[in-house]
Write a protein that binds this ligand. Structure first.
Ligand code: ADP
Ligand code: MG
Length: 913
């Protein structure tokens, strides 16, 4: 029976986690913005309560009421204002915004209250206890549990039965619909943020008497609520509260049994372990990502290569003189150099690939500790130990990246943040991390016979050399294929996969590379300081460095250099100990400013004059059209299709697709032959796009099979199907918006040369590059896009954008092409030209085309065969001539007169007849 007390403690702690988590889930569900700073709201409330009750000596009930019902809602309204700006922003900006709140609250509290004096909130709930089955249960605990449970139940009832509550649920489902029925989605969201903040504030007040106040501790405690939210699938409120109880009870029971050795640290780390298990293993459906991320691309201006090289040499020359003047700050300069690697690793993630990591400091810790042990314990040579210190971080990065690949980018942010805290709670205190009783670890500098590298000056030059090489390597990778693939992925993951690139491999690759770099940075910085301790690697620091790199903009490697200087050197030259906190405040405020203020960049006058001075024609790939044309003529079409024996290249058989009870496809079958154009027509919502999605692996059919060249495609991923030879366009064109027409088209050709082997994501051989260029030029010429090749696609009219997408597919050289309404947005002449192009491609290259079209005259004009789809069933199959005569086809079109598109199609059908 001695488990009972632990159960009680667990339930009480769990109810507070649950309460906080419910608030988090509510705001996430209604706004799509995951407030990573939710814990900071609890900390804010705890301190407000402290001020009101302890300093101003108000009765506790009044103090609690003001904190929860006045300050809470006010903060909630402010947050809603910020969240409105965050909705639909890039994920990195979304995370930076909410992390900014967290940094501001923490730094603000620390500056106002200092960290010297221990501040406590005395217990305020009724005292006394009651005996239950031989154990005394405190009234206080009962009260805490009841308050938390009642608050959750109240919220749940509110959502279920009040008009505002029901509207709030509707916002989650469909904000536009709500605007239509006349309730402002903004007003409803404001309610959600107010209620969410009230919940967080209540949990803060309940947590306040449990321990001495500390902004970081309070914030991190509520991160445990993430685990509760995850158990509730980030959406179900009762499930979330129950999740809180589960986490609390597990952690409490763990303190009962796990008392020895490393396992004794598990209880504190347990919420993060639970979080991770959920993110890794719970079914994907259960954890749908709700962040609405739209990319708002702007063609990025890049300084000319010559200018960058010149600037690089100048910076290097300056750094070489640092030992002459740095004096006592020299070690800090060395640390700053090492930090350049950490910031570059983040820049690769954040700017180049649009991924968020909130664990970069944890990777530094792993690198530094491993490095120390390999040198001291294992006695390895210095260079080998350095490399291995980086390598150790790679598998950890691999595991951490899994939630992101499985569930989407937001979950990488959550998982990495949780991982940083997990590492701290579980391992920082272990003897094998930072020495017995966390006394600190020694990190040696290299001893060499010829030059003295152990002195501060000698070591500075060594690090300078290593970092210079690493920076160069990153810059080359970023300008090469890896950088291109990451940019494609950031702008249109769908189009990348459809071009054959397994984006998951690229994402994991860059995450592992970033972990490697950060670990090396940690090792180098550790050896600069010579002894390291856990204090330098607090998980919260990962948030600061993340925000700094977001603020520094995307220009690698310069952003890393400026960031490292701001992060390491500025505090070093300021004697005050508080400067770090002021900087944190500044970074937090700037992150919020970044969200609220319009983006700033170099004025055009400046960029244009820089371009005029430094750019040489050979800088970018702007080869003379003559040469390009010459090449495209000498090159044959890149891939010739395999003709299957029976003349069928693609066959989709008996496909069933069900969307929540609606059968979008019902035993549909379609066949595509080399060199032939197969038309697929039917009214809106008939299932045509769904058919394409089933064939390309974007949706999982519940029955049926797709074969390409006789081979069953089974459950192959979309990118694997593209590599096997199926190219497609999308009904709403998917383009890489900030890139030029040529770059978009080249992506199609390049995608086919990238496979599962990570090496193919890094580098392309010159001959491969040549083939890609040739295929690109040939596709541009075929589609008549030569004139527009250097225009950014975002500035082009819809019709041309569609042709660009077709050109991208042609450059990919697929034997099978699926075109989803390519003529939408084209005028009559353009449409006719597109028809000619498709016909020519089929005839000359022997490509099999399936064409989904509303323009019936186009379909009947160029197709060899026509399928008609209605309500997911193929109701007609035959030649265009037969289709014209078919009563079934006419009935299908005439039967949907309310459907305007169908009616138009029917009219056109008449016309054609
Ligand atoms: P078409 O391209 O012929 O106009 P679609 O294939 O887009 O039609 O849609 C077929 C049916 O499936 C429609 O009723 C549509 O609402 C439904 N549908 C399509 N995609 C989804 C989805 N992701 N979730 C739920 N329903 C969907
Ligand atoms: Mg469609």
């Amino acid at each position: 029976m001695d488990v009972f007390p632990f159960l009680i403690i667990g339930l009480v702690a769990g109810s507070v986690y649950g309460l906080a988590a419910v608030g988090l889930v509510l705001t996430y569900k209604t706004s799509g913005v995951f407030n990573i700073g939710h814990g900071a709201l609890a900390a804010l409330a705890a301190y407000s309560f402290y001020v009101l009750e302890v300093l101003w000596e108000l009765p506790w009930l009044v103090a609690a009421a003001i904190t929860v019902f006045v300050i809470g809602p006010v903060v909630g309204v402010l947050l809603e204002f910020l969240a409105r700006r965050l909705q639909g922003a890039a994920l990195t900006l979304q995370v930076a915004g909410v992390v900014g709140i967290l940094l501001v609250v923490q730094a603000g509290v620390e500056l106002l209250f200092g960290s010297q004096k221990v501040r406590r909130v005395p217990p305020f709930l009724p005292e006394g206890s009651i005996e239950v089955g031989g154990t005394f249960v405190q009234f206080e605990d009962i009260a805490t549990f009841v308050i938390a449970a009642l608050a959750t139940a109240g919220l749940w009832a509110f959502l279920r039965w009040t008009r505002t509550g029901i509207a709030m649920k509707a916002v989650v489902q469909n904000p536009d619909l709500l605007e239509l029925v006349g309730r402002s989605a903004t007003r409803v969201r404001r309610w959600a943020w107010m209620l969410g903040t009230v919940m967080a504030s209540l949990s803060g007040v309940l947590l306040a008497p449990i321990m001495p106040l500390d902004p970081v501790q309070l914030t991190l405690l509520v991160v445990a609520a993430y685990a509760a939210a995850a158990i509730g699938g980030f959406s179900n409120l009762p499930g979330t509260f129950a999740g809180g109880l589960v986490v609390g009870v597990l952690a409490s029971l763990a303190t009962r049994w796990l008392t020895d050795g490393i396992l004794a640290s598990l209880p504190a780390a347990l919420p993060f372990a639970v979080l991770f298990v959920v993110l890794l293993f719970f079914p994907k459906k259960y954890l749908a990502d709700r962040t609405a991320v739209r990319v708002h691309p702007r063609p990025a201006w890049r300084a000319p290569l010559r200018l960058q090289v010149t600037a690089g040499i100048v910076v290097l020359a300056f750094l070489a003189t640092v030992p002459a003047f740095a004096g006592i700050h020299l070690v800090d300069w060395t640390v700053a150099l090492a930090m350049v690697l950490v910031f570059l690793s983040l820049s690769l993630l954040v700017h180049t690939s649009g991924q968020v990591s909130l664990a970069q400091i944890a990777f530094m810790a792993i690198g530094a500790v491993t490095f120390s042990h390999l040198l001291q314990g294992a006695g390895l040579s210095w260079p080998l130990a350095l490399v291995l210190a980086g390598v150790v971080a790679v598998p950890i990065g691999l595991v951490l990246a899994v939630p992101a690949i499985r569930l989407g980018g937001l979950y990488l942010a959550i998982a990495t943040f949780g991982f940083g805290i997990f590492l701290q709670q579980m391992f920082y205190t272990q003897d094998f991390m930072f020495g017995a009783a966390s006394s600190g670890l020694e990190v040696r500098r290299p001893v060499t016979p010829l030059v003295d590298l152990t002195s501060d000056t000698g070591y500075f030059y060594l690090v300078l050399a290593i970092v210079a090489v690493a920076v160069l390597a990153v810059a080359v990778l970023e300008r090469g294929r890896l950088g291109r693939l990451l940019t494609y992925i950031k702008q249109s993951p769908k189009a990348v996969e459809a071009s054959g690139v397994p984006a998951a491999v690229t994402r994991v690759l860059v995450f592992c590379a970033a972990a490697f770099l950060a670990a090396i940075g940690g090792a180098l910085a550790g050896a600069a300081q010579q002894t390291i301790s856990a204090d330098s690697y607090a998980p919260i620091v990962s948030l600061t460095v993340f925000v700094i790199i977001v603020l520094n903009g995307p220009a690698t490697p310069w952003n890393g250099i400026v960031a490292a200087a701001a992060y390491t050197l500025v505090p070093s030259y300021f004697p005050s100990t508080e400067v770090g906190t002021y900087l944190q405040l500044l970074f937090g405020l700037s992150a919020i400013g970044l969200v609220l203020l319009p983006p700033i960049g170099l004025p055009r006058v400046v960029t244009e004059s820089i371009d005029r001075w430094f750019r040489r024609p050979t800088d970018e790939r702007s080869e003379s059209p003559g040469r390009a044309a010459e090449r495209s003529e000498s090159s044959e079409s890149p891939v010739l299709p395999e003709v299957a024996a029976d003349g069928v290249i693609l066959e989709a058989k008996d496909i069933d697709v069900v969307f929540g009870g609606v059968k979008a496809l019902d035993g549909a079958r379609i066949v595509c032959r080399p060199g032939r154009i197969t038309g697929l027509i039917g009214p809106n919502g008939a299932g045509k796009s769904t058919m394409f999605n089933a064939v390309t692996g974007l949706v999982d059919p519940s029955a049926g099979s797709v074969t390409l060249g006789g081979a069953d495609l089974g459950r192959k991923s979309p990118s694997a199907r593209a590599r096997a030879g199926i190219g497609r366009t999308f009904q709403t064109a998917e383009l890489f918006e900030s890139m030029t027409v040529r770059e978009n088209v080249a992506a199609g050709a390049e995608g086919r040369t990238v496979g599962l082997d990570p090496r193919t994501h890094l580098h392309s051989s010159p001959s491969e590059r040549e083939r890609i260029d040739a295929a690109t030029e040939a596709a541009l010429v075929a589609c008549g896009l030569e004139e527009l090749a250097d225009r950014h696609v975002m500035s082009l009219p819809t019709g041309i954008r569609r042709i660009v997408e077709v050109a991208r597919c042609l450059a990919g050289g697929y034997p099978v092409l699926l075109l989803d309404e390519p003529s939408a947005g084209l005028d009559h002449n353009e449409s006719a030209r597109l028809g000619e192009l498709i016909r020519k491609v089929a005839d000359e290259r022997g490509i099999g085309v399936i064409l989904v079209e509303h323009d019936v005259s186009l379909v009947f004009g160029i197709c060899d065969e026509v399928y008609v789809l209605e309500f997911g069933r193929i109701i007609f199959e035959g030649t265009p001539a037969e289709a014209r005569r078919s009563s079934v086809v006419q009935a299908a079109y005439l039967g949907t007169e309310e459907d305007t598109a169908g009616a138009v199609a029917a009219a056109e059908l008449e016309e054609v007849k």
